[in-house]
Design a protein around this ligand. Structure first.
Ligand SMILES: Nc1ncnc2c1ncn2[C@@H]1O[C@H](COP(=O)(O)OP(=O)(O)OP(=O)(O)O)[C@@H](O)[C@H]1O
Length: 287
C-alpha cells in the first residue's frame, strides 16, 4: 500500500518552544486518522507542516511530495478546512461556487449543488446572512466537491451545535469518504469522531505518545469496576489508571485477558475519550 503521509523525525521550534519534537507518521491511503491531543500539543503545527504552510526539520512526504518545496502541486490534490470557516462575508453562495469553479481544476460544481440542495441554504444568500452551522455546511459543500486525495480537517466543527456536528461527520462519511481518499482530523471532541476513525494517534508535548488502528483499540482496553475485595489483586495487574465512581474503584487496563478482567468485577469497553483522559492524566500530559 502507498503511504499518503510519511514523516520521520519531524521537528518544529518557535524560538525556545518545541512545537514538534520528532514526530514519525505513516498514514496509508484510504484511512481516516484522528490526531488527538491537549491544547498546545502540536496538532495544528503537524497539519501546517503537512499542508506546506511552515518550514520544518526532518523528513516529510505527503502524496509523494515535499510539502514545503512542492506546495502548489500538492494543493491540487489536497483540500483543507480550518477551525473557523474563512469564507468572505460579502460573497453570495452561488458566487462562492463560481469562484471555486474558476480556481480549482478538480472542483465539481454539480456535486456541490447537489449537496447544497439538501440544506436550507439559499443560493442567493450572502455568507454574512448564514448561521454558523450553515456557513460550515457551505464550506463543506465546497470542499466535498473537490476531488482531493487528502482532506485535512483542523477542528472542523468548532462553534457548531451537536446537531450540525453530527450532520457534518455523517456527510463526511456518507457523501465524501470512498475508501480511496485519506482524511486527517484534529479535534477536541473525541467522542464524536470515534465512530468514523480507522486509526488514532495521541500527541502530547510535540511527540506521538500512542498510535493504534481503531480495530486494535477496541479489543485492547478494558475498564473494570472492581469489587472491593479484588482491589489489591487488580492493582497488582498494573492498570493504566484508577478513578473513583460512586465510591467504587474503576481501573483501566491495557491488554488484560477478558477472563481475568471479568474475574475482578464489572467490565466495559472504554471509549477513546476515556483512554485519552486516562493517559493524559496518568502521564501528566495536561499542559
Ligand atoms: N506561530 C507560532 N509562534 C510561536 N509559537 C507557536 C506558533 N504556533 C504554535 N506555537 C506553539 O507551538 C506549540 C504547539 O502549538 P499547536 O498550535 O500546534 O498546538 P495544538 O495542539 O494545535 O493546540 P490547540 O489544541 O490549543 O489548538 C504551542 O506551545 C504553541 O504555543
Amino acid at each position: 500500500m502507498t503511504a499518503c503521509i510519511e514523516a520521520q523525525g519531524l521537528r518544529k521550534t518557535y524560538g525556545s518552544t518545541t512545537a514538534l519534537g520528532g514526530v514519525d507518521l505513516h498514514v496509508e491511503e484510504g484511512r481516516i486518522l484522528g490526531l488527538i491531543g491537549p491544547n498546545g500539543a502540536g496538532k495544528s503545527t503537524t497539519l501546517d507542516a503537512i499542508l506546506g504552510l511552515i518550514p520544518y526539520e526532518g523528513a516529510l512526504q505527503v502524496l509523494g511530495l515535499n510539502p514545503w518545496m512542492q506546495r502548489e502541486k500538492l494543493m491540487q490534490q489536497v483540500a483543507f478546512i480550518a477551525d473557523v470557516a474563512v469564507l468572505p462575508r460579502w460573497i453570495r453562495v452561488h458566487q462562492a461556487l463560481d469562484y471555486m469553479e474558476g480556481i480549482h481544476p478538480r472542483f465539481d460544481r454539480a456535486k456541490a449543488e447537489t449537496f447544497l440542495a439538501k440544506t436550507s441554504i439559499p443560493p442567493k444568500a450572502r455568507v454574512k446572512a448564514l448561521s454558523k452551522g450553515m456557513t460550515a455546511q457551505l464550506h463543506l459543500a465546497l470542499i466535498m466537491a473537490i476531488d482531493a486525495k487528502l482532506l485535512v480537517l483542523d477542528e472542523p466543527t468548532l462553534g457548531l451545535d451537536i446537531l450540525y456536528r453530527r450532520q457534518f461527520y455523517d456527510s463526511l462519511l456518507n457523501d465524501y469518504f470512498d475508501h480511496r481518499r485519506t482524511i486527517l482530523i484534529t479535534t477536541h471532541q473525541v467522542e464524536e469522531v470515534q465512530h468514523i476513525l480507522t486509526d488514532v494517534l495521541f500527541i502530547q508535548r510535540g511527540k506521538i505518545t500512542f498510535s493504534s488502528s481503531m480495530e486494535a483499540f477496541e479489543t485492547r482496553y478494558a475498564e473494570v469496576m472492581v469489587q472491593p475485595e479484588n482491589l489489591n489483586a487488580a492493582r497488582a495487574l498494573k492498570p493504566v489508571s484508577e478513578r473513583q465512581v460512586f465510591g467504587r474503584s474503576v481501573l483501566l487496563f491495557d491488554g488484560l485477558e477478558p477472563e481475568k478482567a471479568a474475574a475482578l468485577g464489572e467490565v466495559r469497553t472504554p471509549s477513546l475519550a476515556d483512554v485519552f483522559v486516562a493517559m493524559m492524566t496518568h502521564q501528566g500530559g495536561i499542559q
